[in-house]
Design a protein around this ligand. Sequence first.
Ligand code: G4P
Length: 286
Amino acid sequence: MTVQWFPGHMAKARRQIEEKLKLVDIIFELLDARIPYSSSNPMMNEIIKHKPKLVILNKADIADPEATKKWVAYYEAKGQHVIAIDSLHLNSIKQITDKSKGILKEKFEKEKAKGLRPRPVRAMILGIPNVGKSTLINSLAKRKAAMTGNRPGVTKAQQWIKVERELELLDTPGVLWPKFEDQRVGYNLAVTGAIKDTILFLDDIMLYTLDYLSRRYPSHLIARYRLKGEFGDKVALLDEIGLNRGFLATGGVVNYEKVYETVLREIRDVKLGRLTFELPEDMDER
Ligand code: G4P
């Protein structure tokens, strides 16, 4: 799904989320483990105010595991609660439930002290498009395919998915917009497939990505495209990839469009291996 964000959309999305905030105890902020910074929403904390939050780094199965460790440490150092998961093959329900209960321990103890009955933790997922919100909800729902509220007389608008005895999830996630002001963010969203009908130029995305990969993952590039390993001149690199793959236009010149499309698709399809496109240390420059 590609969403075109306009100020009106943002205001509406924000209002809808703010209305639902009072229904939940905790927010699950879903980020793409390959681009945690670029897949975050710039106004998240302002929107959710003091609501407790668990940062969930999704798609960890296709991110660089070492980089994911660094990101987890980065969020923890900032005093945030964080876990890394893979929604497609979710086996971390207990991890999500336990973390949530831990974060809300004090609140629930207070409720108990007031004589209130124990109740499940109620959560809502927030994230930008394509970060995996529906996939996570479906995975959680499949385990316990029990939808509450799906009865006559119960409003259909708010449905709760009973994930576990101790966790209920709002069945519709909150969709937030990504950051727009930083061009690198745009490139990262494009290379990971978060924005598809991209308004950015493919050659810009490609050159930015090749520059990044040649610094962080040179061996992945060399192995996939049988390169000599000279990364100084990016246009020469495009030529090398094009020639090695036989992407030639009439007259024997390299068909760059074909190179862009192929390399970007192969990156998204994890053909180069598990990659992460930004690291916590890059944050210092921002
Ligand atoms: P959204 O609701 O936040 O918009 O995202 P959605 O669940 O639709 O997921 C977007 C794409 O990301 C889907 O791929 C989905 O399968 C994939 N995805 C979600 N979670 C994970 C994960 O943990 N690991 C991996 N590897 N992939 C995940 P898709 O349907 O093929 O769409 P696309 O790839 O064409 O965008």
